[in-house]
Design a protein around this ligand. Structure first.
Ligand code: NQM
Length: 364
């Protein structure tokens, strides 16, 4: 569709959009055919749909937090053995920025159900398993979820911390092919701090909370109130971004920054994650996979303070976070050439919240 035509239609007639919760995030889901194909036109439209830039996103459907200002664009894949393509867009809340440099494992949980709702895939039995290409990173994920009469099930017994009640479980698996340690080092000195750079689906920086004068039990609001801490972490992030090969990450939402401390509630480790400027109210799926994989590498930041108990044998790593805990099932392996690689699996839930047409603001 011509770009100007699509933009006009989006104001007057709206465009088809489904709002879904995926894990502990919430996002606007679109079919790729319903949004402009030109990335610049598409991104400008997404800002107008979400109501950015505005801290309240009052004139759009964004939820005034990065975790609720997310977009997923889904289409059928043309690749053999892949069912769906999933492009994730992080729409900044208070700035006029949209970035596709990260993916989102929480919204990933809702991609299969959305595709089934829209007829991109079919489900014949009691469950569906779909292979999804994560367009942002190139990784492939496998998602399995229950279905009834060819429709996704939403009601079920699975509880995840950060979401009230229970819902139908969705199993996610992902195995990035790139090395787990992008610099090849278990520890790097970055902006005067000892850190570990890890990527098991999401580039993250592991930092010792004590080194930053943080206890590790603070609430997100307490951490966000500390301008000195935020500035110090941002210094590390900008330098680490270059080491990840991400270039200038000033306007990017990666890498994610983890403050790690010893566990307090029976888990393996306690986490507080800057994503990268707000503090996550729980934890991202692939962020958790990366942190869990990192602390399993001897010598990595966090490895010494981690208590990997009996569940570690089964590959389970319980990451404590501000609203509970997240169990990441990860396995890490070092090949003969010394390169570490990892696979991960996690349990999420998702729910359809609204289906209809969304109407964009006429202009930014
Ligand atoms: O790491 C937060 C989330 C995420 C990312 C963020 C995520 C992941 O909780 O896989 O899901 O994007 O900062 O949705």
């Amino acid at each position: 569709m011509p770009a100007d035509r699509a933009a006009l239609d989006a104001v007057r007639d709206g465009i088809p959009c489904m709002l879904l919760r995926g894990g502990t995030s919430k996002g606007a889901f679109f079919l790729a055919d319903d949004v402009p194909s030109d990335p610049a036109v598409r991104d400008e439209l997404m800002l107008r749909i979400m109501g950015s830039p505005d801290p309240a996103q009052i004139d759009g459907i964004g939820g005034a937090h990065p975790l609720t200002s997310k977009v997923a664009i889904v289409s059928r894949s043309t690749e053999p053995d892949i069912d769906l393509d999933y492009l994730f867009l992080q729409v900044a809340v208070a700035e006029p920025h949209v970035t596709d440099t990260q993916t989102c494992g929480n919204l990933l949980a809702a991609v299969g159900p959305f595709a089934l709702e829209r007829g991109l895939i079919a489900a014949a039995g009691p469950s569906a398993t779909v292979r999804i290409r994560l367009r942002n990173t190139g990784d492939v994920a496998t998602a399995s979820f229950a279905t009834t009469d060819g429709r996704p099930d939403y009601d079920g017994p699975a509880a995840i911390d950060g979401v009230p009640g229970t819902a139908c479980p969705i199993d996610l698996q992902i195995a990035p092919s790139r090395p787990l340690l992008p610099t090849g080092n278990v520890v790097d000195e970055v902006a005067g701090h000892r850190v570990t750079l890890v990527d098991d689906g999401m580039p993250v920086v592991l930092m010792d909370a004590a080194e930053f004068g943080v206890d590790g039990t603070e609430t997100p609001a307490e951490l966000e109130a500390r301008a000195d801490l935020r500035a110090e972490i941002e210094r590390v992030r900008l330098a680490a971004g270059a080491l990840f090969g991400l270039g200038d990450v000033n306007d990017q939402s990666v890498p994610k920054m983890f403050l790690l401390s010893p566990p307090r509630a029976g888990g393996a480790i306690s986490t507080r994650a800057f994503i990268p400027h707000r503090v996550h109210t729980s934890i991202g799926v692939l962020m958790a996979a990366s942190a869990a994989a990192g602390i399993r590498i001897p010598g990595a930041v966090g490895a010494e303070m981690a208590r990997l108990g009996d569940e570690a044998a089964a590959g389970e790593t319980v990451l404590e976070h501000p609203s509970g805990a997240f169990t990441a099932r990860v396995s890490v392996e070092q090949s003969a050439d010394g390169v570490w690689r990892a696979t991960s699996a996690s349990l999420r839930t998702a729910r359809k919240l609204f289906d209809g047409r969304v109407f964009a603001r006429p202009r930014l």
